[in-house]
Design a protein around this ligand. Sequence first.
Ligand code: BDR
Ligand code: CA
Length: 312
Amino acid sequence: SHKIILDTDPGIDDAMAIFFAFQSPDIEVLGLTTVFGNVPVDMAARNALTLCELAGQEIPVTKGVGMPWVGPESTYAHFVHGDDGFGNINFPASNRELDPRSSAQFIVDMARQYPGEITLVAIGPLGNLALALRLEPELPKLVKGVSIMGGAAFVRGNVTPVAEANIWNDAHAAEIVFAADWDLTMFGLDVTNAVPFKPSFMETLKGKNEKLGGFVFNAAKFYTDFYSANRDDRVCFFHDAFPLAHLIQPALFELTEGHVRVATDALNRGQTIVAPEGTTASPLWTEANKIKVATGVDHSKLEQLFIDTYAR
Ligand code: BDR
Ligand code: CA
């Protein structure tokens, strides 16, 4: 099974993804590392502990970066995820204690302990991964790969016309992570926004798994209100579960490759710009790291994978 560290800012789709990882026999979660993003980092860390306690998982949880690499404190996404990050469901917070290490230090320690074995799965802004690269420049050689939820390669953004939230929230950190010499795969809005989930899906998760699916069912009401405000049907999007689904069943996805950079300037901050091979002679692009970009996914098989995994 795949050893992973799940870097997260819970967050409703984060919660859905974390439980999916816990339930999967093909994934071993070594720890949850938290970062600011949907909510402030203190809340992200507490929420991660709460999700572990609910799921009966004793793994380490760390607190990480609380600010973007450059610029002022973030604005957070309470309007998407609720005041509590869980859709205002008044779920009792865990009293468990955090691992005392920073998220970046934990990532480095684990990578040294299991050289070549760990996939870093990042489903929030990328500050912890950028800081881990600064703490241990050899990190790319020590991990197996990196899979992220973030970016919008060939589709529009969700925060600005060109930027997706995780990348927009810490564009400088993202540029560092994208430029590092490791095997990086990006699951952006190209695939995650292509798969709307109806309330019947959340009901199915609850029916299959009262505790974990029931939590997602409750939290997703507020989240679905947000996503449905400008459309006729009621749906929501489980962005963060996609990189995990790819680890478990890579055949569900179509990927392309390209040199990718992250824009950090004001107007296009957070844009993930893909230059396919041979399209430019500029070293700004030809020397940029080549990464894999998810462009397509089998909707019905993906939905079935989520359901079957929650049912275990
Ligand atoms: C991403 O931003 C957050 O709101 C979600 O948790 C997801 O990681 C989607 O753009
Ligand atoms: Ca997230």
